[in-house]
Design a protein around this ligand. Structure first.
Ligand code: URP
Ligand code: ZN
Ligand code: ZN
Length: 454
């Protein structure tokens, strides 16, 4: 099957250039001018042709806080595709003490359900000798990134000794450690004090996880990684103080990489103070911050201290959020956002002059593909790459709403927001998976991608 995507502006990290893209079966074979010889033509006139986005930070069907995130690999990847994402890297969790069992469990969750391609990171929640001994086999199976949580005490959190052990084991096999950087002990103390004082509303979630708690953990994990000579990726940097730690380490030559997540760029802490229990919709960790922090994050993305932008999609329904009515510490942490990253970054980044189009592609596709071992198949519109493509119409406005989104969550944190542009069509390995906003793919067509070390 030969498909020609004709007359669009093809975007790479270098910027946009008018051109046609010839796809044969699953692959891009040519990018150039006046191409022909196709069985079918997709008219991309007036549109941007982007490499499919990679979301390297998602939590689908993940047990947490006494419940499970409400998007499985069917609804979650359908929503991702609707927003222009053609590959995710989801966080598998160590299960019954074993990394291998965790990986098997996540393969079972994804098998037969995914609409787009997927890989896995592995979260190590108990760095026992037997778990660490499994790391080389996971790397051989394409899981080359291992996450440690420095927060969520009593659940996912590991202490410094465990972090050092994970880093030593990962470094030996060329793997990267990902860190959720918040001082979990400090959070625990602040939460206990708040609850004892009768402060139970969602706004206290943010107040018990201040910026310095994130900055201290960021600084500490950078030092731990440096001692172990282990490549480090700090997930969801949210504030200027933590970003400064990343920047300083990079200036000193440390192998430290970091991301921002889209909700921290466009939503502020004010949302958690909404009346009634509405603030619970916005409870995530680290929490939403100030507008000054947002501007620092945008600058970090532009200047390179933050190399990518993912979603940290971690969706719950309003009924699930109810668990924390009367005790903010029991509100499940996370927001649904997997579908909106491209539209929001185009609207709040490109259209407002904060990001160039080339930077947008770099942050959401090209750099994640390289960092997480998905290149050269993913991350670029180039001959030889998978035909994972977004035909983005900058003049196809959308208004975000739970009534029309594709996640299983029954609310949307961006309800009523309008974005000027949106994907007209999305292709995954040459197959149209989204057509005029409608999901036209079948669950199960997505493939597991065994990743190389980044
Ligand atoms: O609130 C969040 N981010 N929930 C998902 C788990 C994590 O910390 O990444
Ligand atoms: Zn996290
Ligand atoms: Zn996360």
């Amino acid at each position: 099957m030969r498909t020609l995507i004709q007359g669009g502006s093809v975007v790479s990290t270098a910027g946009e250039r008018r051109g046609d893209v010839l796809v044969v079966d699953e692959k891009i074979v040519q990018v150039g001018f006046d191409l022909d010889g196709a069985d079918s033509v997709i008219d991309a006139d007036g549109c941007l042709v982007l490499p499919g986005l990679i979301d390297h930070h998602t939590h689908l069907a993940m047990p947490t806080g006494g419940t499970t995130t409400c998007d499985d690999f069917d609804t979650g990847t359908a929503a991702a595709a609707a927003g222009g994402t053609t590959c995710i890297v989801d966080f598998a969790l160590q299960t019954d003490g074993s990394l291998k069992r965790g990986l098997e469990a996540w393969h079972e969750k994804a098998e037969g359900r995914a609409h787009i391609d997927y890989g896995f990171h592995m979260a190590v929640t108990d760095a026992s000798d037997t778990a660490l001994a499994e790391i080389p086999d996971l790397v051989s199976g394409g899981v080359t990134t291992f996450k440690v949580f420095m927060a969520y005490k009593g659940a996912f959190m590991v202490d410094d000794l465990q972090i050092l052990r994970v880093m030593r084991s990962a470094a030996e096999v060329g793997a990267t450690v990902l860190a959720h950087a918040e001082n979990g002990d400090a959070v625990e103390l602040l939460v206990r004090e708040a609850l004892a004082a009768g402060r139970v509303d969602p706004v206290w979630h943010g107040r018990t996880r201040p910026a310095h708690v994130e900055a201290e953990a960021t600084s500490r994990v950078i030092h731990l990684a440096g001692w172990c000579e282990c490549p480090l990726f700090v997930v969801h940097v949210t504030c200027e103080q933590a970003l400064r730690e990343v920047q300083r380490a990079r200036d000193d030559g440390h192998q430290v990489h970091a991301e921002a997540c889209v909700h921290h760029l466009v939503l502020t802490e004010a949302e958690m103070a909404r009346d009634e229990f509405d603030g619970a919709r916005f409870v995530c960790s680290p929490p939403l911050r100030t507008t000054a922090d947002q501007e620092a994050l945008w600058a970090g993305l532009r200047q390179g201290a933050l190399e990518s932008c993912s979603t940290d999609h971690c969706a719950f329904t309003l009924a699930q959020k109810e668990a924390g009515r009367g005790d903010f510490s029991l509100i499940p942490n996370g927001l649904p956002s997997i579908e909106h990253r491209l539209n929001l970054l185009y609207e709040h980044g490109v259209r407002r002059g904060r990001l160039s189009l080339g930077k947008l592609v770099d942050l959401t596709s090209t750099t994640p593909a390289r960092r997480f071992g998905l290149a050269p198949c993913k991350g670029e519109v180039a001959p030889g790459a998978d035909a994972d493509l977004v035909i983005f119409d900058p003049e196809r406005p959308v208004t975000i709403s739970a009534a029309t989104h594709h996640t299983a969550s029954d609310y949307d944190p961006f309800e009523g927001w309008t974005c000027a542009g949106s994907p007209r069509m999305v292709l995954s390995r040459g197959e149209v998976v989204v057509d005029d906003g409608r999901i036209v793919s079948a669950p199960g067509r997505g493939r597991y991608i065994a990743r190389a070390a980044g």
